[in-house]
Design a protein around this ligand. Structure first.
Ligand code: G3H
Ligand code: 13P
Ligand code: ZN
Length: 311
């Protein structure tokens, strides 16, 4: 099956009360782990590439790895640019075969965000590619830019209709209390998301797909594995799975997960080296890391997203 856009996936997910996992990919093992889980569970998938991932792995390598995954799985897979920050970057990914791009104008003023998003939408739609935009600003780290909690801001529901109408975007990332990275809440803090804001957005944009960034749960098992094997991660707290399930049953159609992939791989690799200090064949530690990605993604698909059997 060729790459697909997210249009049909989101329509079905919205109507079915589930969400599609958007998993960040940086290398072959990550792509294999995610897509093997998707294949076993017959789940649609979004594979997303940040500009950092594109610099690390090279556009062509990533495209070819995803093409291989399409051949191996025959699943509906969308290839998406995560946090595109310029028209030129989005254009390069559209020209280079991606089926979906995000233009993240959330760091700009409202009017400049609209202008930039509109420019990307016009080019993308002319080329059969869909566009995710962002309104509101998440805390945390993206592409080495650290947005402090004070600089973060919730999405204003009063703006969403105007923003979507004026930009023509196909989906909208919103800020309701999730954040990027492994340290989403402080120790002792009770994790909360602003479901009231999500409800208001849903009312103002009926049927329109909403995206949740910063949605890793920071799975404690992997943080413990890292720390039990020589790591030194301070208390890391993510988004409780029950909240993600609730969001998926509402207007949220895309749930972004990167940190949980990083934690799973790092935990397993640290454990491997702790137990096998003399080994040096990359297949010996990257193999178990790939298996960990696969089982973590399978857990997300069945227990959090509900996208199993929906391909
Ligand atoms: O939101 C950011 C993603 O986790 C990608 O991270 O820019 O370090 O690849 P990265
Ligand atoms: P996490 O850091 O919570 O995995 O979020 C990833 C993300 O939003 C990618 O865009
Ligand atoms: Zn993000």
């Amino acid at each position: 099956m060729p790459l697909v856009t997210t249009k049909d996936m989101f329509k079905k997910a919205y109507e079915g009360g589930y969400a599609i996992g958007a998993f960040n990919v940086n290398n072959m093992e990550i792509i294999q782990g995610i897509t093997e889980a998707g294949k076993e569970l017959n789940s649609p998938l979004i594979l997303q590439v940040s500009s950092g991932a594109r610099k690390y792995a090279n556009h062509t390598y990533l495209i070819k790895l995803v093409e291989a995954a399409l051949l191996e799985t025959d699943l509906p897979i969308a290839l998406h640019l995560d946090h595109g920050d310029t028209f030129e970057l989005c254009k390069s990914c559209i020209d280079g075969g991606f089926s979906s791009v995000m233009i993240d104008g959330s760091h700009h003023s409202y009017d400049d965000n609209i202008k930039l998003t509109r420019q990307v939408v016009e080019y993308a739609h002319a080329n059969g590619v869909v566009v995710e935009a962002e309104l509101g600003r998440l805390a945390g780290i993206e592409d080495a830019v650290d947005v402090s909690a004070e600089d973060a801001s919730y999405t204003d529901p009063a703006q969403v209709q105007d923003f979507v109408e004026r930009t023509g975007c196909d989906s909208l990332a919103i800020a309701i209390g999730t954040s990027h990275g492994a340290y989403k809440f402080k120790p002792g803090q009770n994790p909360q998301l602003r479901f009231d804001i999500l409800e208001q957005i849903e009312t103002r944009l009926p049927g329109f797909p909403i995206v949740l960034h910063g949605a890793s749960s920071v799975i404690p098992e992997y943080v413990k594995m890292i720390n039990d094997n020589g790591g030194a991660m301070p208390d890391a707290i993510g988004i409780p799975e029950a909240m993600l399930r609730k969001a998926a049953s509402m207007a949220v159609c895309k749930i972004n997960i990167d940190s949980d992939i990083r934690l799973a791989m790092t935990g397993v690799i640290r454990k491997y080296f702790n137990e096998n200090p003399s080994h040096f064949d990359p297949r010996q530690y990257l193999g178990p890391a790939r298996t960990a990605v696969k089982s973590m993604v399978a857990h997300k698909i069945t227990e959090v997203l509900g996208s199993n059997g929906k391909a």
